[in-house]
Design a protein around this ligand. Structure first.
Ligand code: PLP
Ligand code: MG
Ligand code: MG
Length: 608
């Protein structure tokens, strides 16, 4: 699996004259976007976690871009005017930790280029295309194994051209090191070496370098004004058409999860088969756990444990594993999911009590405080966001009240995590559960328990109430072996990895702002239509809204649902005893303009 990319972007771009007077080539604009930024988005969509950019000329442009993309790390080649692309790659190589994709900064390309290289079974692959007639061709000749025989701009130097060099390659860590040592031995006689020369140099040192040709690849390198014109008029429209053909039919899920996902998350499931017992897969799961942890706290103090299963499984893991035999649990119930926590405790015949609170009004914290003082509770379980109603419980306050009394907190954050910013230490949460298919925007099938490490370690030696769902056993086994005890859902984990990359890019704070923008659009239309919401606005989560069904005899949820579905919107019935509601969730990869479209649909339906 390739996780890192290097972009060499230090050059002057002198052939572009005035167009690069104030900026590097990567910042030429095409259809309103910077070349290099289009490339960065494609890399992120293809599972690249870390993008190292070698800068030189006008490096401040890249510094600015790095602020927008947390995955970018820049490295400056101070001697960019005195070196070639290999000099910049040498500076970048010091930061590289694994196999890479290597790209030039002045390219536009169909993302199938990345898919092709990432899927090629060779470790070192140079991407080639058919004839471009661009006037600046770099030819590649190959031997009988389709390994590079020669690379040159001069056709007579390569003999017979097999393909044109695109400027995107996949390289092993070892080959990159060989390129660097080749370059280092020629600093005197070839100070302006291009990376292509070092590629061939590394090959002479024994590295195998294959060529993968995609005959009709839509791509262009932009080195002069004529390339820019070709790129705008001819290539970009082809790329846009190809990429739109590959888009998955859009369904906007306004049900409270599984939530709408990006196409890149969907496509992340289409990957080479792998045995999950391979070290490579174990490392990926380790990365997933660590990155999930970093969303809620420090790795030293918190640990994330993965399970195959849905959100309820993570709830059952927590309730059944985190309360010792002599512990006493208080469960707050103010909706279906609080009730579910109580049901789990009852099935295991645990020592527990239920604290009942209104399903649509805020919890009375004074009364809860008294209750906590009365019983000798060791643990408290509650739901952060009651998805039944959209009521947001004041977990940070409740957490504080518990910690002040030495009570361990177990929180269901199934529909809150990755939307509402949570800091487990600040919010006094010891264990919390969530799942892959809600606000983290992955596929259904994986759930996780975030654990306060100190509290987790205290569970060592506790008798197990169950086997498959035991938290400590799963944690212990994974820590030792980098494997889960039982078969993990491989493709769902790949998709979760992609969802994490995209969450890091968006950030949880910005995601909550986007969700809130969508919620505001919904609330506006609800008020405009004279509909009523179950929960007071200020106590709502901004993630899901329960709306009272109109008393009009003509209203039918089925009809409303079916008409919405025809327009690719999925809505959800309410779920609360004798109060009839329908629910609109606005989590997942939903954009405000889509919520506007749904608001318009609601206007038309309810006015009719
Ligand atoms: N807890 C909460 C707060 C939820 O919203 C949900 C699902 O919507 C669950 C638990 C159960 O999750 P699952 O259906 O994935 O088991
Ligand atoms: Mg060129
Ligand atoms: Mg170039």
């Amino acid at each position: 699996m390739i996780r890192e990319a290097v972009i060499v972007g230090a050059g002057l771009g002198s052939r572009l004259k005035d167009m690069t007077k104030d900026r590097p080539k990567g910042f030429l604009e095409l259809d309103g976007s910077y070349l290099v930024e289009m490339s960065i988005k494609k890399l992120l969509e293809h599972g690249i976690e870390r993008i190292i950019i070698g800068t030189g000329y006008c490096s401040e442009w890249y510094e600015k871009l790095a602020k927008k993309y947390p995955a970018i790390e820049t490295v400056h080649n101070a001697n960019y005017a005195g070196t070639g692309s290999m000099g910049t790659l040498e500076v970048c190589a010091a930061k590289v930790t694994s196999d890479i994709l290597l790209l030039e900064s002045d390219l536009i390309y169909d993302s199938v280029a990345l898919f092709t290289l990432l899927n090629d079974h060779h470790r070192n692959v140079v991407l080639g295309s058919g004839a471009t007639n661009s006037g600046d061709e770099v030819y590649i000749a190959v031997d009988e194994n389709i390994e590079v025989a020669a690379i040159s701009k001069k056709l007579e130097m390569v003999g017979k051209s097999y393909a044109e060099l695109v400027g995107i390659s996949k390289l092993s860590y070892k080959t990159l090191q060989a390129m660097c040592s080749f370059a280092a031995s020629h600093h005197q006689d070839m100070p302006k070496m291009e990376y292509e020369t070092a590629l061939v140099g590394a090959q002479k040192m024994g590295e195998h370098l294959f060529v993968r040709k995609v005959n009709y690849l839509a791509w262009r390198e932009i080195d002069d004004a004529s390339h820019l014109e070709m790129a705008t008029k001819e290539i970009l429209p082809r790329i846009q058409e190809n990429e739109s053909i590959r888009q998955v039919r859009r369904e906007v899920l306004l049900n409270p999860g599984p939530a709408t996902t990006t196409d890149s998350v969907k496509y992340a499931q289409v990957c080479a088969d792998i045995c999950p017992r391979e070290e490579e897969f174990g490392q990926m799961m380790r990365w997933i756990c660590d990155e999930l942890t970093l969303f809620i706290g420090k790795k030293e103090d918190y640990e994330t444990v993965l399970f195959a299963g849905s959100g309820t499984l993570a709830d059952e893991v927590m309730v059944s594993s985190c309360v010792p035999q002599d512990g006493k649990l208080l469960i707050i119930n103010n909706g279906s999911y609080g009730q579910r926590l109580a049901k789990i405790a009852s099935v295991y015949k645990m020592d527990y009590e239920v604290y009942e609170s209104s399903t649509y009004e805020a919890i009375d914290l004074d009364a809860l405080g008294k209750k906590l003082d009365e019983g000798s509770y060791t643990h408290l379980a509650a739901v952060y966001h009651e998805t039944t109603t959209g009521l947001l419980n004041p977990i940070p306050q409740i957490g504080r009240m518990c910690h002040d009394r030495g009570i361990v907190t177990i929180i269901d954050t199934v529909s809150a995590f990755s939307a509402i910013p949570i800091d487990m230490e600040r919010d006094c949460i010891d264990f919390m559960a969530s799942t892959s298919n809600k606000c983290i925007q992955g596929m259904a099938g994986v759930c996780f328990v975030f654990c306060n490490r100190k509290e987790l370690e205290k569970l060592k030696g506790e008798p197990m109430r169950n086997y498959y769902m035991n938290l400590y056993d799963q944690y212990q086994y994974f820590s030792k072996t980098l494997q889960t005890r039982f078969t993990p859902p491989v493709q769902i984990l790949n998709a979760l990895r992609q969802a994490i990359i995209e969450t890091k890019q968006e950030t949880i704070e910005a995601r909550y702002t986007r969700y809130t923008a969508c919620w505001n659009i919904l609330v506006d239309v609800v008020k405009e239509l004279g509909l009523e919401m179950l929960v007071k606005e200020e106590e709502q989560s901004h993630l899901i809204t329960a709306i009272l069904e109109p008393q009009d005899g003509k209203y039918s949820f089925e009809e409303f649902h079916d008409l919405a579905r025809e327009q690719s919107f999925t809505i959800y019935p309410g779920k609360l005893g004798n109060i009839n509601t329908f629910r609109i969730a606005n989590i997942g990869d939903i954009q405000p303009h889509e919520m506007e479209q749904f608001a318009q649909f609601m206007r038309e339906y309810f006015r009719k």
